[in-house]
Write a protein that binds this ligand. Structure first.
Ligand SMILES: Cc1cc2nc3c(=O)[nH]c(=O)nc-3n(C[C@H](O)[C@H](O)[C@H](O)COP(=O)(O)OP(=O)(O)OC[C@H]3O[C@@H](n4cnc5c(N)ncnc54)[C@H](O)[C@@H]3O)c2cc1C
Length: 462
């Protein structure tokens, strides 16, 4: 049976490993970190040192612009004991139905999700508990013809709507709260604030597939890293290997074909090599001379997306506080697209989610920005203020009960942002037997869903 080497134990790499090991391939995964999950990993606050935390943030294109108290004090006083932290805010879109859940369920692994509807902070600062049900029928009916036409879409309509900015579609078909709602959904669907850059086809496709879903998000008990652990279990069950702390130095290519990898100076012969690296980093281990110049140029210039995250650890929280994600939009921030959307998620405060010590509460939040904005101190400060302002609306006086607040900031949230001008590559590369998976690859959805679905597509092809 053919030997497949997978570089990276992110959700893309692990899904490919799980599905291909099920097909009978001999699978070996090489991961440079000491744990699985990649950007969707979960850190155990009990075991973490300040230096390890700083290192891991750095290795995943992140930084900590601000925290309260200082990170040094948080670690000196062991304030993270009993907490679990993802690298930053995570929610799985349409968790009930997505490929990731199905793959795990088919192998008898049942992630213990908290499913939820969205609430929203209206432009007037009111908290609307049930976003979908607060939309007016009249406004829904105005949008309906477009959704119906899209359901029976022709190739011509798809290619037209692919290049049509969602801002144009909103102006044409939306009124009332739907106008606001579609703008906000489009931002979450793409992790981009500028509606002029978001493709109408992308947004409509997500709405078409998931329009009726009552609880469109999920968060797994013990953190998003458990999803990766489930996939790694499947690989091992099928006789595959998941090697941690093993960095691939080079992909061996000869005569236009991938032949293996070099790991820790050791040569491994392989029939197929699958890279789970962000595509912009591929040529750090795959020598550029084996690829056409135009291909290299295209990949290294693709842009990701960013965000400022927040973790608020509270020593008190009223029992009747919302136990769901609440979306907000902050106007006139002067960022790309001017307005910025974000979510403050209270699912992680539920004691059964196991994210914080007993009697303490972890709230996770994020606000979307571009990679450049995530690196700019002044913009990050404005975005932190916006997060705190909306947190104050939801939990008035939260600062009085704050144990700590940290703001991990990422300038590579989505490998490649889903914008009209940023076309993702497919899994196939110009080198024979070298493939790519992950959230940089053209497939359905964004983030974790995109990473997983890219691997589903590849495993169907191999
Ligand atoms: C702060 C933050 C918030 C996010 N929020 C959400 C969200 O709410 N919802 C959502 O769906 N998505 C979210 N995402 C995005 C989501 O985490 C990613 O899209 C997804 O996890 C990417 O998976 P991947 O398989 O493409 O790659 P990665 O997770 O990046 O995996 C690549 C792996 O390759 C390893 N690697 C790299 N180089 C080598 C080498 N030379 N040798 C061996 N191993 C190597 C890396 O260590 C890593 O483990 C968020 C991401 C971040 C960082």
């Amino acid at each position: 049976m053919k030997k497949i080497g997978i570089i990276g134990a992110g959700l893309g790499g692990l899904t490919a490993g799980a599905l291909l090991s099920q097909k009978g391939y001999e699978v070996e995964v090489f991961e440079k970190e000491g744990l699985v999950g990649g950007r969707a990993l979960t850190l155990d606050g009990n075991d973490l040192t300040l230096q390890e935390y700083k290192n891991i943030l750095h290795r995943f294109d992140m930084w900590m612009p601000y925290s309260k108290p200082s990170l040094e004090e948080i670690f000196e006083k062991n304030m993270l004991d009993g907490y679990r932290l993802d690298l930053g805010f995570h929610l799985l879109g349409y968790a009930r139905d997505v490929s990731l859940t199905k793959i795990l369920n088919e192998e008898g692994i049942e992630p213990d999700y908290s499913y939820s509807k969205f609430g929203v902070i209206s432009p007037k600062g009111e908290v609307i508990q049930d976003f979908n049900n607060s939309l007016r029928l009249r406004d829904k009916l105005r949008l309906l013809p477009l959704l119906v036409r899209f359901s029976f879409r022709t190739d011509a309509m798809i290619s037209k709507t692919e290049k049509t900015p969602i801002s144009e579609t909103i102006d044409k078909y939306c009124g009332g709260l739907i106008k606001d709602a579609l703008g906000t959904s489009a931002r979450f669907i793409s992790t981009v604030n500028d509606l002029d850059k978001i493709s109408t086809a992308e947004v409509l496709e997500v709405l078409r597939r998931w329009g009726g879903e009552a609880e469109p998000t999920g968060y797994p008990r013990d953190g998003s890293g458990t999803l990766a652990e489930g996939l790694a279990e499947i690989i091992k069950k099928n006789g595959g290997k998941v090697n941690l702390g093993r960095e691939v130095d080079k992909i061996l290519i000869d005569g236009g074909e991938a032949k293996g990898v070099i790991v820790d100076g050791e040569e491994k012969k392989l029939d197929i090599v699958i890279s789970n690296l962000p595509v912009q980093d591929l040529f750090e281990i795959a020598p550029e001379e084996h690829f056409p110049d135009a291909y290299v140029d295209k990949l290294v210039n693709l842009k990701g997306s960013g965000s400022v995250c927040a973790y608020y650890a509270l020593e008190h929280l009223d029992e009747d506080v919302l136990r769901k994600p609440i979306a907000f939009r902050e106007k006139n921030l002067g960022v790309d697209g001017d307005h910025a959307s974000g979510i403050i998620d209270f699912q992680t405060v539920k004691p059964e989610m196991n994210m914080s010590p007993e009697g303490e509460y972890l709230v996770q939040a994020y606000i979307i920005c571009t990679p450049e904005e995530a690196k700019d101190k002044g913009t990050v400060r404005k975005l932190i203020k916006a997060l705190d302002k909306n947190m104050e609306i939801l939990v008035p006086g939260f600062r009085d009960d704050l144990k700590f607040a940290i703001y991990p900031t990422i300038y590579h949230l989505d490998g490649v942002a889903k914008t009209i001008d940023n076309e993702k590559p497919t899994s196939n590369t110009p080198v024979k037997d070298l493939y790519m998976v992950g959230d940089c690859i053209k497939s359905f959805g964004i983030g974790m869903n995109c990473a997983v679905d890219s691997a589903v597509q590849l495993s169907e092809q191999l």
